[in-house]
Design a protein around this ligand. Structure first.
Ligand SMILES: [Zn+2]
Length: 276
């Protein structure tokens, strides 16, 4: 799934490469998926987008906004898969779900994995949308350690769910999914099932720092190595804790890395550094 470092990388590249292009045609690809949500029928997207100019792109946590004209945008919400740019003459992949053809002969495709939302709406509608710009993106000015403490305090399920539940639910901190979560918790030396009330001031500070360090590094490296950027290049961030490192020695203490299932997904951790 696309998490904040991938969204930031894709948005930066869209801004660089797509700004100024005119959309000639929008269409669905050969693949159909019931977990791909659009905000209106695909034909309406085509009628609305054809002839319109891309005016820029930005990201907010896990979301990417591609601006169309002065007043509208395409909103790539929480999604998995590949959004790829194809210069003129480069063939599109055989399998994809959505495509945008530009008037200069270049194109963009989206091949979805798992699920995804691609909305088309007015910039003014975005502010009023219940799922847009929820939560606070780490690395934003608003994400201070006091703000983080406050979010932890206000988390309604703090006595029921572990810290994983808080971190991967975008309405609190927006940008972290099950991938970067593993390295953040490892760097903070916290077990994913630890309940928030058991975290002391030092734990909370370590967690705050680990979030910033991990995401900053991943953005600098263009996302993680399992994902592709707009130009189909893999990211440079190698995860410390993941399927690739399962069973290998922990970089801190050499205890073998283990996998547990917790809150609907696999967690990779060092059982010695991250005691429950
Ligand atoms: Zn360890």
């Amino acid at each position: 799934m696309i998490e904040m470092p991938e969204a930031a990388t894709l948005a930066r590249q869209m801004q660089e490469t797509l700004t100024g292009k005119t959309i000639e045609h929008f269409s669905r690809g050969p693949l159909v998926h019931k977990f791909l949500w659009l905000s209106k029928p695909a034909e309406e997207y085509d009628a609305f987008l054809s002839g319109r100019r891309i005016t820029g792109a930005s990201s907010y946590g896990r979301s990417i906004y591609l601006y169309v004209g002065e007043a509208d945008l395409l909103w790539f919400g929480e999604l998995g898969g590949r959004i790829l740019y194809h210069p003129q003459g480069e063939p599109l992949p055989a399998k994809f779900h959505l495509r945008w053809d530009y008037s200069d002969g270049s194109a963009m495709s989206f091949a979805m994995q798992m699920w995804g939302f691609v909305g088309l709406l007015g910039r003014s509608e975005l502010a009023a949308h219940p799922y847009a710009e929820i939560g606070i993106p780490p690395l934003s000015e608003r994400f201070t350690s006091e703000c983080f403490d406050q979010l932890l305090k206000e988390y309604p399920e703090k006595t029921k769910k572990g810290i994983k539940g808080f971190l991967v639910t975008s309405k609190h901190v927006n940008g972290i999914g099950n991938a970067y979560l593993q390295d953040i918790l490892f760097r903070a030396k916290i077990h994913p099932a630890r309940k928030i009330p058991t975290l002391n001031q030092d734990d909370r500070q370590k967690l705050y720092t680990a979030i910033q360090e991990t995401l900053e590094k991943a953005i600098r490296l263009g996302g993680r190595e399992e994902e592709r950027d707009l130009y189909n290049q893999v990211g440079g961030y190698k995860r410390l804790m993941g399927a690739e490192t399962l069973g290998q020695p922990c970089p801190n203490c050499a205890t073998p890395i283990v996998k547990i299932n917790y809150l609907g997904g696999a967690c990779y951790l060092c059982p010695s550094c991250q005691e429950s």
